[in-house]
Design a protein around this ligand. Structure first.
Ligand SMILES: Nc1nc2c(c(=O)[nH]1)N[C@H]1C(S)=C(S)[C@@H](COP(=O)(O)OP(=O)(O)OC[C@H]3O[C@@H](n4cnc5c(=O)[nH]c(N)nc54)[C@H](O)[C@@H]3O)O[C@H]1N2
Ligand SMILES: Nc1nc2c(c(=O)[nH]1)N[C@H]1C(S)=C(S)[C@@H](COP(=O)(O)OP(=O)(O)OC[C@H]3O[C@@H](n4cnc5c(=O)[nH]c(N)nc54)[C@H](O)[C@@H]3O)O[C@H]1N2
Ligand SMILES: [Mo]
Length: 706
């Protein structure tokens, strides 16, 4: 090369970031950028949790950022609502924002006021600014309807809060030192990959890995033992384990005496759950329960990874509450490699009030809409929802009871805005579509629900086309509405500084500058961390609460209990006769809920939706491997290709999800049969509490032929 010429290599930069997706791993990313174009996304090697490795989806993140069908300009729908009924016309940001501002103002000025406006968001990005930042300020300032975000974790969050005081648990980085690991309602090979790496390390050192799951998931295949319980019966299993542990005197009496409350009442309660009784409920041998209880009480260190899979049932909160009692009973918390983990979120001490500004409600108390019953809310709420602003979510695809959701979104008088990266199933119903940035194009701050680091996501490239991050969209709408509240105009760096402005001891030393330099920082906790070795639970009593006054005050059972699935033989024998099969629809490994479901990586691998069904259930229905089947109940029906195998226990069918409706042969998905009923705690969704029947169905017309 001639002297003085710039080498193309000279313009190569590596930018540190964080994976935005709704996954416990929250990986530390590094993006290589050449001449303003991202050319590679990898995991940071020096980040202990990420360890240089990414999942298949995010290692292909450039397929998303630079996808040919990515929408990078605002659009207005012309024609009808719904897939194939209308078409898109490109408009300017000014026009889009002016249209939204005028519509919102008209609703605010109408007799029912600002409550007619409803945000709808979930966790498309978990970056704090774009997940819950300027959006919250904006809707609080308007006095719009509040939104209870219950699609995923809120039942378990209440269950763990009643027991341990908060979303806290063992440090997942230490699980490689455990000798017994119970993976309970969790499929880490799919949904928590970096946890699985550490479990494998423990396994290499001789640990037993017991997977408790109605389905022989990828993780169950690789564990040492698989206990296939009937869906929604985990609390009965945990209570019976406690029956055995207490009955045989295997509990840690010293830990119990010092760091728990309510042992005597718990001992009385678990008498109601002898192993034989629980065995009948859970559909497993009593001897399995006895052995599991003995092993759990006598193996040190013993770790439990409970995840959100098992709390998508009517009794989901109770299940998490019962399971999270176990480590205190046997003193597993004494060891850094022992305890239970559901979420690490509450170890963080972000200044969320400064970020979200609930004070901008100024004393108003707008009504609350629940994400998990949006179908009913759109059809029946009074006063009616007149405008819905959807961002970070794809409700037409992910919310339960699709028939009602679709009917609600189809309302001609509803004004719908969708801010997303692609024309999703929900976008098909939008009046205005706004283009969102991907993670490579925005500044954000991240915590995690599956490790103990704070991460900074620095923009690697300029926004593609006219895409904008959520924060900027709300600043622009505020401006177009002429709002004068200064908090609506803070820039992204200011928002981060406000969020980090806290005196919380675990946040000490974590600043914008240090994060900028290092990319990530561990919370201010010891390297080898056993958070509750000597009690110190964040409950009102400071102890692990077997008996919870808080639960009692909430009108709940103060002791751990078992609440059967509401759609089950126990709760509704008549329904169970009509629809004898329980259906669960857990995540597919190449997807993140419905994110990535439009990318070739996934579509080429899966081709079409599948249903795993046991031979004992397939045979009497005349279903053969490879048949197209119809899965149905009184709420709706969807189609899938049958895989007849023994992965799902008899009586339970599994539709790995979530397909975009419009990318399936019949334009539906598993949420056709799920219900809007809420769980025992946290007003949570009950996606895996549904009964169906299955029948052979005519071959669908291939998508390409339509
Ligand atoms: N690749 C990938 N990763 C993901 C996601 C994704 O869609 N794809 N989703 C992300 C999100 S939003 C979340 S919340 C987490 C979820 O993370 P997990 O909670 O680990 O997720 P799931 O895979 O839904 O559930 C785990 C297992 O629970 C089982 N299960 C269902 N019902 C029951 C039950 O009643 N009892 C027991 N014991 N087991 C039951 C399912 O069969 C499944 O194998 O994963 C995150 N990570
Ligand atoms: N049947 C069934 N249904 C389920 C589940 C199940 O297991 N079975 N799982 C449930 C669970 S655990 C969850 S968490 C929910 C998930 O529900 P959602 O949070 O709605 O998840 P996604 O389907 O991933 O949709 C997120 C959308 O946000 C968009 N997005 C990403 N980043 C940004 C951004 O920066 N700005 C904007 N404006 N948009 C962005 C993505 O492109 C995507 O379309 O689904 C639930 N639904
Ligand atoms: Mo989730």
């Amino acid at each position: 090369m001639l002297k003085g010429m710039t080498s193309p290599a000279a313009d190569i930069r590596v930018v540190k970031g964080a994976c935005p997706h709704d996954c416990p791993d929250t990986c530390a990313l590094e993006t290589t950028v050449q001449n303003g174009v991202a050319i590679k996304v990898a995991g940071q090697k020096d980040h202990p949790w990420t360890d240089g490795a990414l999942c298949t989806k995010v290692s292909r993140y450039l397929d998303r950022t630079y996808a040919a069908d990515r929408v990078v300009h605002p659009h207005r729908r012309v024609g009808g609502k719904g897939p194939g009924k209308g078409s898109w016309e490109r408009i300017s940001w000014d026009e889009a924002v002016a249209t939204i501002a005028a519509k919102f103002q008209a609703i605010i000025d109408s007799p029912d006021g600002a409550e007619g406006i409803c945000p709808y968001s979930y966790a498309g990005t978990m970056g704090l600014l774009n997940f819950a930042g300027m959006d919250r300020r904006f809707f609080n300032h308007l006095g719009a309807s509040l939104l209870d975000r219950t699609l995923c974790s809120s039942a378990g969050k209440v269950g763990i809060k009643l027991t341990l005081g908060a979303g806290v648990g063992m440090d997942p980085e230490r699980v490689d030192g455990a000798k017994l690991i119970l993976i309970w309602g969790s499929n880490p090979i799919t949904s928590n990959l970096h946890y699985w790496s550490r479990v494998q390390e423990a396994k290499r050192q001789g640990a037993r890995v017991v997977v408790i799951d109605p389905y022989r998931s990828l993780t169950a295949e690789k564990g040492t033992d698989h206990i296939a319980v009937t869906p929604g019966t985990d609390a009965a299993l945990a209570l019976a384990m406690m029956h055995v542990i207490i009955g045989e005197g295997l509990h840690d009496a010293d830990y119990v005496a010092k760091y728990t409350v309510g042992f005597d009442a718990l001992a009385e309660r678990v008498k109601e759950y002898p192993p034989e009784h629980a065995a009948a409920i859970c559909g497993i041998p009593a001897a399995t329960i006895v052995q599991l209880a003995r092993d759990y009480a006598t193996t040190r260190p013993a770790a439990i990874r409970v995840n959100y899979g098992l709390q998508r049932h009517f009794g989901g909160g109770a299940a998490v509450r019962a399971i999270t009692c176990l480590p205190a009973l046997v003193g597993a918390w004494r060891d850094p490699a022992g305890g239970v983990l559901l979420s690490t979120s509450d170890f963080y001490g972000m200044n969320t009030a400064a970020l979200e500004r609930p004070d901008l409600l100024a004393g108003r108390r707008p009504r609350t809409i629940n994400t998990s019953s949006i179908g009913d809310a759109l059809l029946d709420a009074t006063p009616a929802i007149k405008a819905l602003f959807v961002y970070n979510s794809n409700p037409v695809c992910v919310a339960p009871d699709s028939e009602k959701v679709v009917r609600g979104f189809s309302r001609p008088d509803l004004f719908t805005v969708v801010h997303d990266v692609f024309f999703t199933d929900t976008a098909d119903y939008a009046d205005i579509f706004l283009p969102a940035t991907t993670q490579l194009e925005c500044l954000d701050l991240h915590k995690s629900y599956g490790h103990l680091y704070v991460l900074l996501n620095q923009p690697a490239i300029a926004p593609v086309g006219e895409a904008l991050p959520n924060t900027e969209v709300f600043r622009r709408i505020a401006k177009a509405m002429g709002l004068t509240e200064p908090a609506l105009y803070d820039d992204d760096e200011t928002l981060i500084r406000q969020t980090l402005n806290t005196t919380h001891p675990r946040m000490a030393g974590i600043t914008f500058e240090t994060l900028q330099a290092q990319g990530w920082q561990r919370l201010n906790v010891p390297e080898i961390y056993a958070p509750f070795a000597e009690g110190g639970f964040p409950t009102p009593s400071g102890k692990c609460e077997f008996y919870s006054e808080t639960a009692k005050a909430m009108g709940l059972d103060p002791l751990p209990t078992f609440t059967p699935p509401i759609e089950s033989v126990q709760s509704d024998p008549a329904r169970a006769k009509t629809y004898p099969l329980a259906i669960i629809s857990p995540p597919q490994r190449h997807l993140l809920n419905s994110t990535f479901a439009n990318l070739p990586l996934f579509l080429d691998a899966e081709k079409e939706p599948h249903l795993d069904i046991h031979p004992d259930d397939a045979a009497p229905r005349g279903i053969k491997p490879g048949d197209w089947v119809r899965i149905f109940n009184d709420r709706g029906a969807f189609g899938a290709r049958a895989r007849v195998n023994d992965k799902a226990r008899p009586g339970c069918v599994v539709a790995v999800s979530l397909w975009w409706r419009k990318l399936t042969p019949d334009g539906t998905n598993a949420n056709q049969v799920t219900s809007q009923r809420l769980a025992d705690m946290g007003n949570a969704a009950t996606f895996y509490d549904a009964l169906v029947d299955v029948a052979p169905a005519p071959e669908p017309v291939p998508l390409a032929a339509r």
